[in-house]
Design a protein around this ligand. Sequence first.
Ligand code: IPM
Ligand code: MG
Length: 354
Amino acid sequence: MNANIILLPGDGIGPEVVMETVCVLETLASRHGHHFHFEKRLIGGCAIDECGVALAEETLADCKKSDAVLLGAVGGPKWDNPSAAVRPEQGLLALRKGLGVYANLRPVKVHPCLVDASPLKAEKLVGVDLVVVRELTGGLYFGKPQGRSMVNGHERAVDTLEYQDFEIQRVIKTAFDLAKGRRKKVTSVDKANVLESSRLWRKIANEVHQDYPEVALEHMLVDTASMRLVTTPANFDVIVTENMFGDILTDEASVLAGSMGMLPSASLGAPGSPGLYEPIHGSAPDIAGKGVANPLGTILSAALMLRYSLHLDAEAAILEAAVSRSIDSGRVTADLGGSLSTRQAADEVIRNLE
Ligand code: IPM
Ligand code: MG
């Protein structure tokens, strides 16, 4: 098949991990008779430096026309001034909103060889295989009003946690559809004992559940969920939750997998629209430019891209198996206890491709 893929390497370690992933994808494509056409564009801090905005309108338009978008990371100390008018993260939020990718899938699996890379006791990690479905285009990240003002001589800041029923419905549906092909359990995470938006969330989760009698639904408060993620993580199958809860819980969940550098993500919208694929780690400015970042989270994100946007299920499985074999061999980057560079770790995956 032919596919047009937009690359948004972004900032920090983003360019390093994305370019190595492209090498892996090119090898895979040529072996299986596919042609992937890659085009690189700017997002985040580098886009601010180059054109004054974190995501140019033409870049968003090109992404919308593509088959899929592969992104590295945005942000870094250079653009960290909290009072700056333009910030790198705005580019990422505008991209998610602009592409309409409302469901962010973050799978967490524990590879047996990486059990020791996690600070959790090995016995807690047995059988961990969960997916967090994070709502990505609503909630606290996008609610209006948002901003600062002076009230009676005091500085005031406001963010708004707002959801409409259809925004909740579609992401809960994604979670149930996913659970149908897995262990058939959905945990809907909210804060319904305090938040009105969570009470609507819970009501809609119950309604959508009616259409999926074969899938079990449990509700869990977000504070409880954050505890259960480290005490009994293997009990989760599919977790579905509000944007910011999902942001927080997935950093926590990455600890199960041994390194943040391992976790991929897929952001999906309406069927047929381009998906956005990115590792969940950030730009890691402390190691940027050193060539030591773990490329596996991005390579696994590319595998999700093959599966969900390009419908190349067999190739996705081959790529995931190659990553798994690389981990088996211990030929990995320093965050996983190895000593390979980013390039060498990606080469190892290429060597392990069938
Ligand atoms: C993530 C990141 C982003 C988010 C930041 C960079 C805006 O933390 O993808 O989890 O909060 O969504
Ligand atoms: Mg995050």
